[in-house]
Design a protein around this ligand. Structure first.
Ligand code: NAI
Length: 375
């Protein structure tokens, strides 16, 4: 049985920091785990590692783009694919059709949109995530991103590094979070944790838009109000945060048309998936001042090309950009949790034990999760 893991290269960082588990070097801890179970290391080629005991062969690589990549070559006979949203192996319908042995895809983290989930349903390939493994990590990043935009932090820090000091140039676009209206698109594990963390900031209103209403007690405990229409939600918000999965119903959801309904000068934070927001529409809205700021860690293509407009886009005052590489859900704390969860899913599969129901996105021939769109 072949297990293929597509992870990112950590280089010297992974050699110096063994807790960088999501890297090709540290392999989610799978090497130690297999060795401790009596598996034997049988060889190494390029950035690919092989371990085997009787019928288990594990291949780990970061090479994922194009027909000659290790991903596209090894997927042809792999039974299990492990990949991470931080360096996604894009498993298209076309590749699924060629992957004749594939039975299980494990997302080391949360968010399985890099897999064509409808094709996985059709081909009876199960898709599991390590649900909840990094939701606090992301929620903290969202709150940080809201604050850094509202308080105009990035231009202030850059000014200091340049040796300058113009308080007014920063303060003219700096505000308090207190008294603002904040809305989340998606109020699942992350969206709800964002709302919880915003409570002490005394915002004017906390709103959410989600086809799955929060349990009444949960909504009440954070004072969140559900808004049934998305345009209505964004038109009320000073700050919008995106916390839903990427699927057919959310791809390009935040586009030119929706951005027109935002309050002039609103701030937008997206740590969910880059493709939920239209790249060029966001850059235009920021340049025109329709948005005062955009922040997040997710991009429509990862790694983002060097000339991606989100790297350098700015508001008319030269600020408003809080973009970073995709790392909010891959803190060292999160890596420990999703590495353990990945091994547990793999172990269940190898030993025939049932999987934790909350980890199953696609079961045998059907969606088990209700989070990937209303069906
Ligand atoms: P979850 O499954 O707990 O919650 C998702 C919520 O979004 C559900 O309540 C669902 O009903 C709602 N939703 C789905 N479609 C919607 C739509 N069209 N409009 C409004 N709401 C909609 O998922 P969780 O754990 O909160 O994660 C959400 C997403 O965050 C993941 O799917 C992933 O894309 C992203 N994520 C990003 C990370 C990062 O490092 N930047 C790490 C972890 C997750």
């Amino acid at each position: 049985m072949k297990v293929l893991a597509i992870l990112y290269d950590g280089g010297e960082h992974a050699e110096q920091e063994s807790r960088l588990l999501g890297t090709t070097e540290n392999k989610l801890g799978i090497e130690e785990w297999l060795t401790s179970q009596g598996h034997e290391f049988v060889g190494e080629q390029y950035s690919q590692y092989n371990f085997s005991r009787s019928d288990v062969l594990v291949t780990v690589s970061s090479s994922k783009e194009g027909p000659d990549s290790h991903f596209q070559q090894h997927i042809l006979d792999a039974e299990v694919l492990i990949t991470t949203p931080f360096h996604p192996g894009y498993l298209t319908k076309d590749l699924i059709e060629k992957a004749k042995n594939l039975k299980l895809c494990i997302t080391a983290g949360v968010g399985s949109d890099h897999i064509d989930l409808n094709a996985a349903v059709d081909h009876k390939i199960q898709v599991l995530e390590v649900s909840g493994s990094n939701v606090v990590s992301v929620a903290e990043h969202v709150v940080m991103s809201i604050l850094l935009l509202v308080r105009n932090f990035v231009p202030a820090h850059e000014m200091i590094e340049r040796g300058e000091w113009h308080v007014s140039a920063i303060a003219r676009n700096a505000y308090d979070l207190e008294g603002k209206v904040v809305g989340t698109i998606g109020a699942g594990r992350i969206g709800y944790r964002v709302l919880q963390r915003l409570v002490p900031f005394d915002c004017k209103k906390l709103l959410y838009y989600d086809y799955a209403p929060l349990p009444a007690a949960a909504a009440e405990s954070v004072g969140a109000v559900r808004v049934e229409d998305l345009k209505d939600l964004v038109s009320q918000c000073d700050i919008v945060t995106v916390n839903c999965p990427l699927h057919e119903g959310t791809r390009g959801l935040v586009n030119d048309e929706l951005l027109k309904h935002f309050k002039k000068g609103a701030w937008l934070v997206n740590t969910a998936r880059g493709a939920i927001c239209d790249k060029d529409a966001v850059a235009r809205a920021l340049a025109s001042g329709q948005l005062s700021g955009y922040s997040g860690d997710v991009w429509n293509v990862q790694p983002a090309p060097k000339d991606h407009i989100w790297r350098t886009m700015k508001n008319p005052l030269g600020g408003g950009n809080g973009m970073v590489p995709h790392y909010s859900g891959t803190t060292l704390d999160a890596q420990a949790r999703y590495a353990a969860g990945t091994k547990s899913i793999l172990e269940n599969y190898l030993t025939g034990k049932p999987q934790e129901p909350h980890n199953i996105i696609v079961g045998l021939g059907k969606y088990e999760s209700k989070a990937y769109g209303q069906r």
